[in-house]
Write a new protein. Structure first.
Length: 87
């Protein structure tokens, strides 16, 4: 990865963590973090699928919201992104 992509990833992780401290929506037993979702979309556009998965995983790990199902979705998304890139 290039330095520019790593810098983007670090900034997006910081924005997601700081934004999630102020904006979270309790929904039953879980909490929704709309800033994290926005950052995930921006990461997918700016740093590509692999970088977006890393940003989402690190952000989720720091917020403590990474569950088994979420990790499975990351793997499937990465697999589909790689298959789509080969076309």
């Amino acid at each position: 990865m290039r330095i520019q992509q790593l810098t983007w990833m670090a900034m997006l992780i910081a924005i997601a963590i700081i934004g999630s401290l102020f904006i979270s929506i309790p929904t039953g037993v879980a909490r929704a973090y709309p800033v994290q979702h926005m950052v995930n979309v921006i990461a997918a556009v700016t740093v590509g699928p692999i970088g977006a998965v890393l940003v989402a995983f690190v952000t989720g790990s720091l917020l403590g919201v990474v569950y088994v199902f979420v990790q499975e979705k990351f793997r499937f998304r990465l697999l589909f992104a790689k298959m789509k890139a080969k076309e």
